[in-house]
Write a protein that binds this ligand. Structure first.
Ligand SMILES: [Zn+2]
Length: 188
């Protein structure tokens, strides 16, 4: 009897999908944002995927310092208030917290206030990301859906569907086309 009660009370937790490990801002030594704005909707309808179109990283320490240099570039050269994305995925298979859940990013014109922006670190025009990195991206999107950080019927798009850009690279974009909730109807 006690076992049944315990099992039933644990059900809501078991039903929740576990999220991949997220390296927090303090863990990668992020600077404080100049300002923070919430998303227009509590549950954003879009998940937007990017690539950095730059060098990859494959270890915790190299990914941390790369994420830090991306934040410096976005704040000091681009003049943005923080690193552009909500999350970044390293070639080491870790998620790096950018602006985080519920915060408006500056990664895609017209969709910033209604999307979560995830950037896959590396350049994926001519090659696909390593499998470990793709798995983490997939897990983070499932985590967002299962834990109510995006709408359950969210639309998955690549940056190029919202702006004139090749981002997230042809090979990564071709991969996204085969994933659940990919929305081919969104055009720039
Ligand atoms: Zn992009």
């Amino acid at each position: 009897m006690l076992f049944i009660v315990l099992f039933v009370s644990l059900l809501p937790y078991l039903a929740q999908c576990s999220c991949p490990t997220i390296i927090s801002r303090s863990e990668w030594d992020a600077r404080s944002p100049k300002s923070v704005k919430n998303l227009a909707q509590n549950l954003p309808p879009f998940v937007v995927v990017h690539h950095t179109d730059g060098q990859p990283c494959s270890s915790l320490s190299s990914c941390k310092s790369l994420v830090k240099s991306i934040q410096n570039y976005h704040m000091d050269i681009k003049g943005w208030h923080d690193i552009a994305y909500n999350f970044l995925i390293g070639g080491d298979g870790n998620v790096y917290e950018g602006r985080g859940w519920g915060i408006k990013g500056s990664h895609i014109t017209r969709y910033n206030s209604k999307s979560i922006g995830i950037c896959v670190i590396g350049s994926f025009q001519n090659e696909k990301p390593p499998r470990k990195q793709l798995e983490t991206l997939k897990n983070l999107i499932s985590c967002a859906k299962d834990n109510g950080y995006v709408q359950s019927n969210y639309h998955l798009i690549g940056h190029r569907q919202g702006s004139q850009t090749t981002c997230p690279g042809k090979k990564l974009f071709d991969e996204l086309k085969t994933w659940p909730n990919f929305d081919s109807n969104v055009r720039p």
